[in-house]
Design a protein around this ligand. Structure first.
Ligand code: ATP
Ligand code: MG
Length: 444
C-alpha cells in the first residue's frame, strides 16, 4: 500500500498537549483524533492495531471455552436498581432518558445485563459452567480523563463473566482466565504481572490486577523481581495444573499500593529482589460469588432438587488502553523509534525507496518486492512520496512496522538493505527477507 493513498495524518512535531509518550506518538502519527474530552475517533493506523489486539484477546478467550456474545452499549436502569448499583455507581455513570422518559444508561460494565441474560434461560446446574464474554465500548465519566486513550471516557473493553455451581468450580473458571490472561499478554509481547488485589478466603474477594511496568503508569506497585522469570508454558486446562500455576505466581509478593504493607514487603522479599515502581493496569479479574446473582435472583436447580444462587466472576481487559500500554513499553522516545510487536504491528515491513523526479527505478523495485510480499501474506507499506530518504526513514520509524527495506544508492543487484527497525542494516536477498519475516510471524 502506498503511503500517499493512506489516511495517516502525520504531524511534524510532538503535540504539546500530550504528556506521555503513547499519547504523543498516537497523535503524531494520526492513530487517533480527539473528538471531545476523553472521547476519541480511531483513525486507520490506530484502528488496525487495536483490531489486531482484539483478535488476540478473542482467540485466547475462545481457547479456554469462553463464548462470545455482544451486549448493547445502552442499558436500562431497571437491572441496576435490582442489583443496588444504580445509586452506588455515582457520577461515573452516564445517565440518559429516552423519549418515553425511561431512565437508560451507557454501560460502564455489564454484570447486571449478563446476569439478566443468564437467569432468563439457564435453570439447571447441568448447563454449568458458562463462560460468556463480549468486546464492546464502555463509557465511564472519569473525573479527570487524561493521557489520551489510557484514561478516557469512552473505551473498548473485553469483559467476560463466569457462572458456576459452587466455589470450587468457580475457582476453576477463575484460574482459566488467569492462564488466558498470561497467554494473551505474552502474545502481545508484554510482561504483565498478576498482582493480588485481595487474598481473602474463597467466596470473599479473590482478585488479581494484571500490570505492566511503565514509569508513566498510574498504579504504584511493590513486587518481588523473581516473578518476572515465571512462565505459564505447559499448563493444562485442568483444575490441578491451573491451581498450581496461580500458586506459583502467588508465592511472590506483588501488590499495588492499596494492598501495600511495608513490614510484609520487607519480611517476604529480600532486599535485592525488592522492586518498587509504577505500572499500567491492563486487565483485572475478580471473583465475587453471588454478589449479583443473589439480589437479581440468578439461581439454578442443584442435583438434590434444591436451588442455589449461581457463583460468578468477571474478567476485564482494556483493549483500547493496551494500544497505549504497548507504546509505553516499546517506544524508544530518545531515538524516536517505535517497534510494534509483529503480532499487532500495523504493517509487517516498510519499503522506503529513494525517488527522484527523473528516476522511478527504486519505486518499481519496491512494487516488485511488494508483489512477492503479497504472495507470502506479508503486509507492507511503501513510501512513494518524493521526500528525502532521511525524512522518510524518520516517518517510518514512528509508524513502527518492525522491519524496513531501504532502496537507495547502495542498492544494486539482488541484495537489499534490510533492517529490523532497531538494529543494524544487513544486505540480503529478498528470499532471505521473506523467510525472516515469516519466521517471526509464525511465532505469534
Ligand atoms: P482503573 O483502576 O485504571 O481505573 P478499573 O479498575 O476501574 O481501572 P476495571 O473495571 O477493572 O477498571 O476495567 C477493566 C479494564 O478496563 C482495566 O483493567 C483497564 O485496562 C480498562 N479501563 C478501565 N477504565 C478505563 C479508562 N477510563 N480508560 C481506558 N481503559 C480503562
Ligand atoms: Mg481494575
Amino acid at each position: 500500500m502506498y503511503i500517499s493513498k493512506l489516511f495517516i495524518p502525520i504531524l511534524k512535531n510532538n503535540p504539546s498537549e500530550a504528556k506521555i509518550k503513547s499519547h504523543q506518538l498516537m497523535l503524531r502519527v494520526g492513530m487517533i483524533k480527539q473528538s471531545s474530552a476523553g472521547i476519541y475517533s480511531w483513525l486507520p493506523l490506530g484502528f488496525k492495531v487495536m483490531k489486531k489486539i482484539e483478535q488476540i484477546v478473542r482467540e485466547e478467550q475462545d481457547k479456554i471455552g469462553a463464548q462470545e456474545i455482544l451486549m448493547p452499549t445502552i442499558q436500562s436502569s431497571e437491572i441496576w436498581k435490582e442489583s443496588g448499583r444504580y445509586e452506588d455507581y455515582g457520577d461515573e455513570m452516564l445517565r440518559i432518558k429516552d423519549r418515553q422518559d425511561r431512565e437508560m444508561l451507557y454501560g460502564p460494565t455489564n454484570e447486571e445485563l449478563v446476569t439478566d441474560i443468564f437467569r432468563s434461560s439457564v435453570k439447571s446446574y447441568k448447563s454449568l459452567p458458562q463462560l460468556l464474554y463480549h468486546i464492546q465500548w464502555k463509557f465511564r465519566d472519569e473525573i479527570r480523563p487524561r493521557f489520551g486513550i489510557m484514561r478516557c471516557r469512552e473505551f473498548y473493553m473485553k469483559d467476560a463473566y463466569s457462572f458456576d455451581i459452587n466455589d470450587e468450580e468457580a475457582l476453576f473458571s477463575y484460574n482459566k482466565f488467569f492462564l488466558s490472561y498470561l497467554k494473551t499478554f505474552k502474545r502481545l509481547d508484554l510482561t504483565a504481572i498478576p498482582m493480588a488485589a485481595d487474598t481473602g478466603p474463597i467466596g470473599g474477594n479473590l482478585s488479581h490486577e494484571f500490570i505492566i511496568l511503565a514509569e508513566t503508569g498510574e498504579s504504584k506497585i511493590f513486587t518481588d523481581k523473581r516473578i518476572f522469570d515465571l512462565e505459564s508454558d505447559g499448563t493444562k486446562i485442568e483444575k490441578k495444573s491451573l491451581e498450581d500455576l496461580r500458586k506459583k505466581y502467588e508465592q511472590f509478593y506483588s501488590v499495588t499500593d492499596e494492598k501495600f504493607n511495608k513490614d510484609e514487603f520487607e519480611k517476604k522479599v529480600s532486599e535485592p529482589n525488592r522492586l518498587k515502581t509504577k505500572g499500567i493496569e491492563v486487565g483485572h479479574i475478580f471473583y465475587f460469588g453471588d454478589k449479583y446473582s443473589k439480589p437479581m435472583d440468578g439461581s439454578v436447580d442443584l442435583p438434590g432438587g434444591k436451588k442455589d444462587f449461581v457463583k460468578m466472576g468477571s474478567y476485564g481487559i482494556g483493549v483500547s488502553r493496551l494500544v497505549g500500554a504497548i507504546i509505553e513499553a516499546k517506544y524508544d522516545e530518545k531515538n524516536e523509534v517505535m517497534k510494534w510487536p509483529i503480532s499487532v504491528a500495523p504493517y509487517d515491513v516498510s519499503i522506503i525507496p529513494m525517488i527522484n523526479k527523473n528516476d522511478n527505478s527504486a519505486l518499481e523495485k519496491a512494487n516488485k518486492i511488494n508483489l512477492e510480499f503479497e504472495k507470502n501474506n506479508i503486509d507492507s507499506i511503501i513510501d512513494d512520496t518524493d521526500e528525502n530518504l532521511s525524512s522518510k526513514i524518520k516517518k517510518m520509524n514512528l509508524i513502527g512496522a518492525p522491519f524496513q527495506i531501504i532502496i537507495g544508492k547502495q542498492t544494486e543487484g539482488e541484495l537489499l538493505e534490510f533492517k529490523e527497525i532497531d538494529k543494524e542494516t544487513q544486505k540480503i536477498g529478498l528470499g532471505e527477507i521473506i523467510k525472516i519475516i515469516k519466521e517471526q510471524k509464525a511465532k505469534i
